[in-house]
Write a protein that binds this ligand. Structure first.
Ligand code: AGP
Length: 606
């Protein structure tokens, strides 16, 4: 969590930092601040609130300079106060730094370095420790600093006596650096902050130290040895990180899902056949040697994994286990060389998912990352990668990356089944042919969003919702309820429809709407009985059905039809109305949709 930006160049640094922090605000938004070198000293402006509040502070107290570091915070150590906002400095005010991550042994260090501390943060302790280690050689001090700190951190540092230079240190938390053609050097927690200046970046590895100046960027490893780093070209451009005329990133991203489906399939399908052998150079023997398939993720990515689980079990012969990373990592997991372990993470930086991946790697499993971010820690640690190709997702509530994840996981399932010799050509052609039609079907749902806006207004007084689905529609219900909770703060529970009678039915009355995902599939009739049970308790029912299905007319209070597709693909079309319903519901309530309270997009704490 937390976003870091650093800049040294020729522009007004406060404009660069504000713009950079705004593009990283999805990482945290409870307070913000920046430090600018205003010779002969360093000036800090910070406070509680969003980056827009920091901008207001700067209009009253403009900062002049072309070198600085900035931060947007998601509070961990210490409450949301001005004192705890970053940047922090040592007691002599020579060293100033911003930090993303958690230093686990900060209390121990704080007791070793007595003095007056102005904040409750672990970050201020790091500034004090660095000050005791620094004797004119910053790289040497940073080598020592990282050997003293436990936990995860990304730091951007300036020192009053080292004008023109910003130092970066990474261990566990992401940090990327880049240099423009005009001699501007930047660092940031994520590429969107750097994209307006350059698309060529270097992802720091654990232990890496870098020094940014207008003369270039230099790198050292954890031992303090000078190293060369590989430059990665980012194929996202700066227009992808603006709202493109939409009122919110979330709405823009929901509306991009037809394109996401196309991009995620592009180059991976030829005719009506799946072609993944370049990205996943597995042999038939490799695949046959894997007896188990583990799919591990958090939040929305976990629900995407649950959707894919049904397809994987239909067409591959694997013994499948799908788990949330924060549980998987603490269990006695039976993984080994006979296991293919798939880690699904939009960001590739989620702490629990990374810990689960390291556990599986340590046990000898073959590890595959399904992620949107090629330079992410997850992508760099595993054996194989499948990129989502969804483009940057800025809204904190994941939408288009869910679509990208289920698309890529379905392609993976087809690829595995093919290598296993379990996918007859005719079946592959039928399934892939249907996949190719999905972008149009998703776009047909998007074209009818006005009716979901009206539906959200009708139910806007409800305080509790129940979401139900069976089979593949159950994880869709989980995802729909999560979206509503995240952005409107309305209580929404999701259950497998058949489980309602085992408890949650006690909640139902005329004030608890039930959203039922019931496309015309093999379980439709079973779910119909559950709808009758809900109606018998006077609960209003909103049903997602397949176009042409009139079986719920007169029974459900509201019906939203989705285009027909094969049973296996219904989640692609049923999830979209739920995303839109949540969006319009939150909009109706006036919630902060792109930056919902208490959340951050990249969850780098455990
Ligand atoms: C989704 O709307 C959430 N904000 C959250 O559940 C998210 O999916 C989860 O934190 C996992 O993130 P990842 O995909 O980046 O690993």
């Amino acid at each position: 969590m937390c976003g870091i930006v650093g800049y040294v160049g020729h522009r007004n640094v406060s404009d660069v930092i504000i713009a950079g922090l705004q593009s990283l605000e999805y990482r945290g938004y409870d307070s913000a601040g920046m430090a600018v070198l205003e010779a002969p000293g360093i000036t800090i402006v910070k406070g509680v609130g969003k980056v827009s509040d920091l901008r207001k502070m700067l209009s009253e107290r403009p900062l002049c300079g072309s070198q600085g570091i900035g931060h947007t915070r998601w509070a961990t150590h210490g409450g949301v106060t001005e004192e705890n906002a970053h940047p922090h400095c040592d007691s002599s005010s020579n060293i100033v730094l911003v930090h993303n991550g958690i230093v686990e042994n900060y209390r121990e260090i704080r007791s070793e370095i007595p003095g007056e501390y102005r904040s409750e943060t672990d970050t201020e302790v790091v500034a004090q420790l660095l000050s005791t280690l620094y004797r004119g050689n910053m790289v040497g001090a940073l080598v020592e600093l990282q050997s003293r700190l436990r936990g995860s951190f990304a730091l951007a540092i300036m020192a009053k006596d080292l004008p023109g230079k910003i130092y970066c240190l990474r261990k566990g938390s992401p940090l990327v650096v880049g240099m423009s053609r005009d001699g501007e050097s930047l660092c940031a927690s994520d590429v969107p902050a750097i994209l307006p200046y350059t698309q060529d970046v270097v992802y720091l590895d654990d232990g890496d130290i870098s020094e940014l100046s207008t003369a270039g960027i230099r790198f050292w490893n954890a031992a303090g040895e000078s190293v060369e780093k590989r430059v990665s070209h980012i194929d996202w451009d700066v227009s992808m990180v603006d709202k493109g005329g939409y009122p919110h990133f979330m709405l823009k991203e929901i509306n991009e899902q037809g394109a996401v489906l196309r991009n995620s399939m592009a180059g991976r399908i030829s005719g009506r056949r799946v072609v993944l052998s370049e990205e996943l150079p597995w042999t038939r023997d490799d695949v046959l040697s894997w007896k188990k398939l583990h799919v591990v993720a958090c939040g929305t990515s976990y629900y995407a994994a649950l959707v894919a689980e049904r397809f994987l079990e239909d067409i591959t012969g694997f013994d499948i286990r799908v788990d949330v990373a924060s549980e998987y990592r603490y269990r006695n997991i039976m993984a080994g060389p006979d296991t293919l372990a798939v880690f699904v993470s939009q960001s590739g930086e989620t702490a629990d998912t990374l810990a689960a991946e390291r556990l599986a790697m340590g046990k000898g499993a073959r590890c595959l990352a399904v992620t949107n971010v090629l330079g992410s820690t997850l992508a760099r640690e595993v054996h194989d990668i499948l990129q989502l190709k969804a483009g940057p997702e800025i809204g904190v509530a994941a939408t288009k990356t869910f679509m990208g994840q289920i698309t890529v996981l379905y392609l993976l399932a087809l690829h595995l089944a093919k290598l296993q010799g379990r996918l007859p050509a005719a079946m592959e052609e039928e399934l892939v042919g249907e996949m190719l039609s999905l972008p149009y079907k998703v776009e047909a749902v998007l074209a009818r969003q006005e009716s979901l806006q009206k539906l959200a207004a009708i139910y806007s007084a409800a305080e509790d919702f129940l979401y139900l689905g069976r089979g593949r529609s159950f994880p869709v219900a989980l995802e729909g309820a999560l979206k509503l909770k995240e952005i409107s703060y309305i209580h929404a529970e999701a259950y497998a429809a058949g489980e309602m009678k085992h408890g949650p039915i006690a909640l139902l009355d005329r004030n608890v709407p039930v959203v039922v995902i019931t496309p015309k599939d093999g379980l439709h009739e079973k779910t119909f009985s559950n709808i009758l049970e809900a109606k018998a308790r006077r609960a209003p029912v909103i049903a997602l059905v397949t176009e042409g299905d009139s079986s719920l007319d007169g029974t459900a209070d509201h019906v939203f039809p989705v285009p027909a597709t094969l049973d296996q693909f219904t989640p692609f079309v049923t999830v979209v109305p739920l995303q839109l319903f949540a969006y319009y519901f939150a909009k109706f309530l006036g919630c902060d949709i792109d930056q919902p309270r208490n959340l951050a997009k990249s969850v780098t704490v455990e």
